[in-house]
Structures are given as C-alpha cells and as structure tokens.
Design a protein. Structure first.
Length: 207
C-alpha cells in the first residue's frame, strides 16, 4: 500500500489516503485519526472509509473491523502497562483451506493442542490455559473475542504479553495470523521457537 497525507491538523487530526486501486480500478481507502482531550485523558477515534465499487469490500471490512478492534486494544495495553519498553513480535501466517467454523472449533479444542479445555472455556474475560511451550502451560485472559474472526489474549505471567490469532480472508480460504507481542527481551528469545512450534502444531493436528 502507498498512502499520502490528505489532512494534517496537529495535534487533532491526521488523514491518510490510499489511491493505489488495489481493491479494484477506481477504488481508494482513507484512514482518519482524531485526537481529543476529555477529562484530562486523550481519546483516539479512528475512522476507516472506502470509495469506489468492489466486490471485496465486505470481506475486507470484516477483517479490518476485527484487526482494528485488537490493535487499538493492544495500543491501550501498551500505554497502560508497557510504555517505554521495546516490543518483540513473534509471528507466523499460515494458509488454510477449509470451512472457517471447522478451523475455529479446532483452534479452541483439546485436539488443537493449544487451548486447554475446549471451546466452552473461551469466553470474554475468562482465564484460560495455553500450551505455548511444551509441556508447560500458561494462563491467559481473553480480552478480544470475535467469533470465527479473531482471538486476543493477555498473558500476565509473561509480563502481560499479548497474543492475537486472526482468521484473515474469505470464508473457506484464508490465512491464520499469529501475532505474539512480548515486552521482555529474555522472554521473547526463550519463547520464539516453542511458540512458533505451537502455532504450527495447531495446523498439523488437523484431520
């Protein structure tokens, strides 16, 4: 993507415009950030807009809504708990071709080998058990949950590391993105290899 600054009113408003047409000829995307002060705190409001005719808008905005829900949450956690720390990102992105619901159920099942306890254990605000490093498990708090789209977890015992699992793309042909944000360098180094193995193990265990 290539974006240009279309509006600039520091410190109140920034607008980025993408007119590359990557969603089809004559299409464009705009992203507006608005900052305001309310009761001594800063409020960030973000507006994503699309222009032009494209058959892909519905799929795109399903993914954008889920992604921005998590990444704005990630920003809030960073400002509240990690400000000034370096973020280490452990990531994998794996292609899947199967019914989305089937993969989602597998991800949250004991058969997936990642979430311990099955799908009934995964609800907003709950503490669940994850297997990030064999054979040990860690507790994680469910902070973002968009059914069949995305799962956002905070891991208190790993310095409030954040994990986002995102199902991107069309209904039965999509990529699964794993985004593990770690704010302790030693923990990140120790976690990188076993976490990536854990992400791949979910897919290898599919029948």
């Amino acid at each position: 993507m290539t974006q240009t600054v279309d509006a600039w009113e520091p410190p109140k408003h920034l607008r980025l415009l993408d007119e590359s047409g990557w969603m089809g000829e004559g299409t464009s995307l705009a992203l507006d950030y608005y900052l305001s002060t309310e009761k001594g705190k800063t409020r960030v409001r973000m507006v994503q807009s699309a222009f032009g005719a494209s058959e892909g808008w519905d799929d795109l905005f399903d993914g954008i809504k889920t992604g921005w829900t998590y990444f704005l949450h990630n920003l809030r956690i960073y400002l509240e708990k990690h400000q000034g720390r370096v973020r280490r990102l452990i990531t994998e992105r794996i292609k899947v071709e199967m019914p989305r619901q089937k993969f989602w159920d597998h991800l949250l099942s004991d058969a997936g080998g990642f979430v311990i306890g099955g799908p009934d254990a995964v609800k907003m605000g709950d503490s669940i058990e994850l297997r990030l490093q064999e054979p040990a498990t860690v507790r994680a708090v469910v902070e973002v949950l968009v059914e069949r789209q995305g799962l956002g977890l905070r891991i208190p015992e790993l310095t409030d590391a954040l994990l986002f699992v995102e199902l991107e793309g069309k209904k039965d042909k999509f990529h699964v993105g794993y985004w593990l944000s770690v704010y302790d360098e030693a923990q990140a180094k120790a976690l990188e290899a076993p976490a990536k193995r854990a992400f791949h193990r979910i897919h290898e265990s599919l029948s």
